[in-house]
Design a protein around this ligand. Structure first.
Ligand code: SF4
Length: 191
């Protein structure tokens, strides 16, 4: 990752995101492949999910487990990119995140929508932002699924569209004003 002086709202911006583009797909066509291995969660997110466990159990199918004691790895790890510097991880069950149903939908989101909440109310932060990630306080592209999932494959291109195609993800991190600033920086980067 390049060092740079690009900053928005206290985050460094990795200039690589100004050079990347999606070709045949985009995160808007997500098929849930990123959910196969689970996700890191803050302790607050974990607590909120467990507080509402009975709601989520109503939306789980036979490929998922109702045993909430194994929904998380329960292995607390230090990570500066989480608000309190600590995180845990969702567990994998039947070769997918415990919260992914057989139709490859996240039941944390399904339950929120069906209950009249905002769709992201219970969804972990880094599930919402993927393939955008905050690493060491730097906003960058997570190439975990490069060449595996077209919707998460962004490559260097002469026609970069990463900022536009990841609008929802970047808006979640930066807010509207921060996203506008990022687009301005991207324009400046072209000159
Ligand atoms: S919590 Fe939901 S969105 Fe996140 S990895 Fe699990 S199934 Fe996917």
């Amino acid at each position: 990752m390049k060092q740079n002086n690009l900053q928005i709202k206290g985050y460094q911006i990795d200039p690589i995101i100004f050079e990347l583009g999606f070709e045949n797909s985009s995160p808007n066509e997500c098929k849930g492949l990123c959910c196969r291995s689970g996700v890191w969660v803050s302790l607050k997110e974990k607590e909120q999910i467990l507080e509402n466990k009975d709601l989520f159990k109503k939306f789980m199918d036979e490929t998922q487990t109702l045993d909430d004691s194994i929904w998380f790895e329960n292995n607390i790890t230090a990570d500066i990119d989480f608000p309190d510097g600590l995180c845990d991880s969702t567990n994998v069950y039947n070769d997918k995140c415990v919260f992914l149903n057989k139709e490859y939908k996240c039941i944390l989101q399904v339950a929120a929508l069906e209950s009249g909440f905002d769709k992201f109310k219970f969804k972990p932060y880094f599930c919402i932002t993927f393939p955008v990630v905050i690493s060491q306080n730097t906003i960058t592209y997570d190439d975990f699924l490069l060449n595996i999932a077209p919707c998460c494959t962004a490559k260097k291109t002469k026609n970069p569209n990463f900022i536009e195609q990841c609008e929802i993800e970047l808006l979640h991190i930066l807010g509207k004003d921060g996203y506008i600033k990022l687009k301005e920086l991207a324009e400046g980067n072209k000159k």
